[in-house]
Design a protein around this ligand. Structure first.
Ligand SMILES: Cc1cc2nc3c(=O)[nH]c(=O)nc-3n(C[C@H](O)[C@H](O)[C@H](O)COP(=O)(O)O)c2cc1C
Length: 447
């Protein structure tokens, strides 16, 4: 806790061809295919050149189709498809050396054994750079791809996630670090006394174990979480080592930071053993005027229905039933992303936005903070948030890719390094080294 002497952490949140729904149309950005490994290799290499802690791929288990109960708006107006992020980081592990590799996997639409095995495998193949963003998923569209009619309610999906994490941790710990022997002389490959059944029987899962992957270089891949509701914050304080969050202002971010670190004690966790990284979309210009011009052009390129399709998806609610020229009506707590709905309702009310206007705004950064300015202006704001304990770093959301990330690495990173706020070189090889996180000892269940 307290960032005066430490260095900030940076994540590259790699989303389609950029986070801004107008980004794929941005004229100065190179057009890349989302179906080509060369694109992902390129953006990963840019982030690694910028000495980022990690790259991160989010995930949704359905094409957005809550708006109007069809996918027309999402398929027509933006890149609505995604390659499997777990497969992507595996491929990228082969073409990078130092950068951390984070991918989303759902606890609602997966089984613990499969998730534990996938991330332990990537941690071995990447020599200790794997990280799992734990999500409970968001909407009915996803549920309908997994033999269900509707998404689990908010509380039940966090209960399931709680048990899911307990089982995954025990599976990752089911091989002790020195279980492998591989002794040709004696013919012993591994020591069975150092491998343990898990024998879990719970409300949602029954898992015998052990995992069929030995303990990985980091001990356990790094756990990320991004829920900001009260339940989400408790879950994060219990399990997360990195927290992603959407925080529109310094005060809101400081409150969140203090609240999470305050909850850690409840779980016997040291404050500071979690890195909080709010999302931010940097729109960089050599001059402030140039940056503002970019922001205005990007906004012109967003179709309101693109943003409303994304917002309906996030809220798990069909906004097309309302008049787009009217303000967002008072809505009961949606069955989707609770914290995001709160943020959006507050923004729409404060600025008196119509639904169409809200669609354009949400399409820009999905209510994450936008920071438009020169490299020095952007570094000033980063420095202020970091030193005022609003965060431990940032999750960078380039408006367009690869160009927006390249501009940040070429223009803003050197400014942060010059101020002593960010590393010049990687000093370790694993993601835990980059983040300054302990390697957890295995918890062996005597059963
Ligand atoms: C930076 C960031 C990345 C996220 N990535 C995903 C994702 O990949 N898939 C997903 O279903 N939800 C994702 N979420 C949503 C969260 O997992 C969570 O559902 C959301 O913040 C709502 O949690 P709450 O209902 O506890 O407030 C992300 C949220 C943030 C802030």
């Amino acid at each position: 806790m307290g960032n005066i002497n430490s260095s900030m952490h940076l994540g590259a949140f790699l989303y389609a061809v950029g986070h801004h729904a107008g980004g794929w149309r941005y004229p100065d950005n190179e057009i890349c295919s989302l179906l080509d490994l060369e694109y992902y290799k390129k953006v990963a290499e840019i982030a690694e050149k910028g000495k980022f802690d990690l790259i991160f791929f989010a995930d949704r288990l359905a094409i957005p189709d809550r708006f109007g109960n069809n996918f027309n708006a999402s398929v027509r107006y933006f890149a609505s498809f995604r390659l499997d992020p777990v497969v992507l980081i595996t491929a990228i592990s082969a073409v990078t050396n130092r950068i951390g590799l984070a991918a989303t996997a759902s606890t609602t639409y997966n089984e613990p054994f499969a998730v534990a095995r996938a991330f332990a495998t990537i941690d071995h193949l990447s020599k200790g750079r794997a990280s799992w963003n734990v999500v409970t998923s968001t909407n009915d569209g996803e549920a309908m791809n997994f033999s269900r009619e509707a998404h689990l309610d908010h509380s039940t999906r966090y209960e399931r996630a709680q048990e899911f994490l307990e089982v995954v941790i025990r599976l990752w710990d089911s091989w002790e670090d020195d279980a492998l022997v591989i002794d040709r002389e004696t013919g012993v490959y591994a020591n069975p006394d150092k491998v343990h059944y898990v024998k879990h029987k719970g409300q949602f899962f029954q898992v015998r174990g052990p995992l069929n992957v030995p303990r990985s270089p980091q001990g356990r891949p790094v756990l990320i979480q991004a829920g900001s509701s009260d339940r989400g914050r408790d879950f994060a304080a219990r399990w997360a080592e990195v927290i992603f969050t959407a925080q529109p202002s310094l005060d809101a971010a400081r409150e969140f930071y203090k609240d999470i670190n305050g909850r850690m004690a409840k779980y016997n966790r040291e404050p500071g053993s979690v890195k909080i990284m709010p999302g931010v979309m940097p729109i960089v210009g050599e001059t402030e005027a140039e940056a503002k011009r970019k922001e205005a052009l990007l906004s012109d390129l967003v179709h309101p229905l693109a943003g409303l399709s994304l917002l309906s998806d996030s809220m798990n609610y069909d906004l097309s039933v309302h008049d787009l020229d009217q303000p967002l009506p008072e809505l009961a707590t949606a069955r989707g992303n609770q914290s995001r709905q709160k943020l959006v309702s507050k923004l729409a009310k404060e600025e008196g936005l119509t639904l169409a206007q809200l669609g354009k705004r949400f399409g820009a950064s999905r209510s994450h903070r936008i920071l438009t300015g020169t490299p020095a202006q952007i570094a000033d704001s980063f420095e202020e948030w970091f030193e005022k304990e609003a965060c431990d770093g940032f999750n960078i959301m380039p408006p367009y890719l690869p160009g927006g990330l390249n501009e940040f690495v070429e223009l803003v990173v050197p400014e942060l390094q010059k101020r002593g706020l960010f590393r010049h070189e990687y000093t370790g090889s694993t993601l835990r080294d980059h983040l300054g996180l302990q390697r957890p000892e295995p918890v062996i269940d005597p059963k």
